[in-house]
Design a protein around this ligand. Structure first.
Ligand SMILES: Nc1ncnc2c1ncn2[C@@H]1O[C@H](COP(=O)(O)OP(=O)(O)OP(=O)(O)O)[C@@H](O)[C@H]1O
Length: 509
């Protein structure tokens, strides 16, 4: 698979020497350089001695180390680099509100390259995974060799004020240092190679991230949801159609370019609670290995905030708005449709959704879920926005078989037919069925329990239906009585009037 290489714009180029000399220096200029070096070294040495003395006499012990490190850094960047032909590129962790793709790619790439020469590494572990994640540690350096060229990477951290409103304690950056003559080689070959390698690594490692909003920033955790297309019980034909649709979508980069359409696809999942909408989203995420951005519109207070938040999402990702019918009242396009201060509107929402994908995004999937399809504004779910509508239904015999084979590891059982029969007459969600299956691992007990559960539910439904019918019958009788009473009253009134008119006529005669 060819992975597209994004335009690399989020790195700063920092020449360590402002003037790039290409001709060899003359003897005279060499003497000049030597004199300058000697004089600089003398000045630095004298300054260092004074500072050392001052720091020893006046600075508390805990500050000395920090002071020394800063001083060494200053000397390295401002003095020694003056005579160096090294070049440094800085990759900041964030680019405005967005993650910096090249920073993330380099982090991942370096985690695969860490060797025994590195003295300190950062190690993490996900609760449900066996392997450890090893990454570069702050202030550590690592040398990478690519096509015979040596590159030095270092990870730096800048502490933020503790009252940072987004809860960050530091902002990180990676610095890449190499001989200045390789500048073009780095931009055209090394960085694209890093992006491709990190994408491949991501695909192989099958790790996806779940982003949620904290203030205006997306915060991520590794998503470890076990749902796959095999474990989601739904209509087999719909499932097959969905998988094909997703495959087609990721392969059609050139098609979207050719027809001038944004490379995005919208899916609307509707169905009662507990029918597997969230499980299906997790299955899609695990299948595509796209990161997922979970957007709660109740956290958004204005159109401009929404736009900013959406601009912070990355390519090859899924934006999910669950229960869109409940988030905000998105059903009257002309009206102010939100909320405390009335600033988030349906048209603003639609513009933002279309805006991100059309202008700055590639390979975006948008998924809305709802329990009440009928209240959604047609503009929200029209083709082009929500291209595929999927109904997640109550459990069917086919879905029951999938659940039974997953939870109880059986495909045939005498009690299955009894359950099939009942399931056709009772509205039961897959969530309710899985609850029954979790009761016991023994298929006899679990399926027997399910028959009892469904039977009890059927009886309850029938009783409720009978009660409803009785109530409706009573109400109908009551209304008929009222109608007759009304009619009688009207007839009596009419005949009274008629009589009155007759008397009046007789009196007139
Ligand atoms: N179709 C399904 N296939 C497999 N498991 C399911 C299915 N539907 C529900 N479940 C089980 O029920 C649990 C709840 O389902 P899920 O959260 O996916 O439903 P939902 O439709 O998103 O509900 P809600 O609308 O309340 O968010 C899941 O964790 C899963 O165990």
């Amino acid at each position: 698979m060819v992975i597209p290489v994004p335009f690399i714009s989020n790195c700063h180029l920092v020449p360590n020497d402002q003037t790039f000399k290409t001709d060899p220096p003359s003897t005279k200029s060499k003497v000049g350089i030597v004199k300058r070096v000697i004089s600089t070294v003398e000045t630095v040495a004298a300054t260092a001695m004074v500072l050392r003395r001052v720091s020893r006499d006046y600075l508390p012990v805990e500050f000395r180390r920090e002071f020394r490190r800063e001083f060494e850094k200053y000397i390295a960047t401002n003095v020694l680099n003056k005579f160096s032909n090294q070049f440094t590129m800085v990759f900041n962790e964030f680019d405005g509100y967005s993650d910096n793709e090249i920073y993330n790619a380099a982090q991942l790439y370096l985690s695969t390259r860490i060797s025994s020469e590195v003295r300190r590494v950062n190690v993490t572990k996900n609760p449900n995974k066996q392997q450890f994640n090893v990454a570069m540690e702050i202030n550590e350096e690592y040398t990478d060799v690519y096509n015979g060229v040596h590159f030095t990477w270092s990870l730096l951290s800048k502490q933020l004020q503790s009252d940072d409103r987004y809860g960050r304690t530091d902002i990180r950056s990676l610095e890449l240092t190499f001989h200045q003559k390789h500048k073009d080689f780095v931009l055209n070959s090394y960085l694209p190679y890093i992006i491709n390698t990190s994408e491949t690594h991501k695909q192989n490692k099958r790790t996806v991230k779940l982003f949620t909003l904290e203030g205006s920033y997306w915060k991520s955790v590794k998503l470890d949801h076990p749902a796959t297309f095999e474990t989601v019980a739904m209509d087999a034909g719909v499932k097959e159609m969905l998988v094909k649709d997703l495959d087609r979508f990721v392969e059609r980069r050139e098609h979207y370019r050719k027809v001038g359409k944004a490379w995005k696809r919208g899916y609307l999942l509707n169905g009662p609670p507990g029918t597997g909408k969230s499980s299906l989203i997790a299955a899609i995420t695990n299948y595509l290995k796209f990161d997922i951005y979970d957007l709660d519109l109740n956290d958004i207070y204005s159109n401009s905030e929404l736009r900013r938040v959406l601009l912070g999402t990355a390519n090859r990702s899924i934006l999910v708005v669950e229960d869109i019918d409940c988030s905000v009242e998105l059903h009257d396009r002309g009206a102010q449709t939100y909320n405390n201060n009335g600033k988030l509107t349906l048209s603003g929402f639609l513009n933002s959704i279309d805006g991100i994908s059309s202008s700055c995004g590639d390979e975006r999937i948008i998924i809305f879920t709802t329990n009440r399809n009928e209240v959604l504004d047609p503009a929200l779910v029209r083709p082009g926005r929500m291209d595929v509508h999927i109904h997640m239904s109550y459990c069917t015999p086919c879905a029951l078989r999938v659940l039974v084979s997953i939870y109880l590891s059986v495909t045939e059982h005498d009690l299955l037919e009894d359950n099939d029969e009942l399931i056709c007459h009772v509205d039961v969600t897959p969530a309710e069925v899985t609850e029954q299956h979790l009761v016991d691992e023994d298929p006899d007990i679990a399926l027997g329990g399910l028959v009892e559960f469904l039977d009890a539910k059927r009886k309850k439904n029938e009783e409720a239906k009978a009660r409803l019918e009785e109530k409706e019958e009573l109400a109908a009788k009551e209304s008929e009585k009222k109608q007759q009473k009304k009619l009688k009253k009207a007839v009596a009134k009419k005949s009274e009037k008629k009589q009155q008119d007759q008397w009046n006529r007789q009196l007139d005669k």
